[in-house]
Design a binder for this molecule. Sequence first.
Ligand code: FNR
Length: 183
Amino acid sequence: MDIVLLCGSLRKQSYNRKLLNTIKEHAPSHWTFNEIAIERIPFYNADVEESHVPDVVKALKERMRHADGLIIVSPEYNNGMPAVIKNALDWAASPPQDSPLPKKPIALAGASPQGAGTVQAQTQLRQTLIAIDAYVMSGPKLLVGQVHKRVDIEDERITEEETVKRIKKYVRAFDEWITTFSE
Ligand code: FNR
């Protein structure tokens, strides 16, 4: 299965990057990954879209179109999703007749040093994804709170047993979620 990944944090020592690495590590062996570098996507502009869709946006849409599923791993900023994620989704969903997102299975994940582990960002993301007719996995939710206590800053991935257990359950559930919609 072709899984496209989006990471909402651009910083090198990102906890969400460590979470993404851990999801990859525990994923089913039949999954292959394709990460889209969203930081090079310009801000959405309907005039630009009308005159010349940037190559990076064309590539984003093509990769999403061919994907069996998408996983969005994102921090929460000011109780919402980061602008880079919203921007990528706005480009991908436009125009609606050329959007790769309707009926696309999508799973959300996020990590935060705060207790709620990005619940508000995920709620907002869910609202946006429902508006663009994606099939967002309802559960299990992967909200990793107090992440700084679960991973060492120099580690590339999370090894804490409880979080790994949740990640294994999450990837299994997403595998089933994708299969449900591909039948
Ligand atoms: C944050 N952070 C944060 N955390 C949270 O749980 N809820 C929030 O609303 C916010 N708001 C927020 C705004 C801004 C501008 C920043 C820079 C940070 C803290 C955030 O979770 C923390 O910095 C994470 O470490 C960011 O994720 P990465 O980069 O480690 O993946």
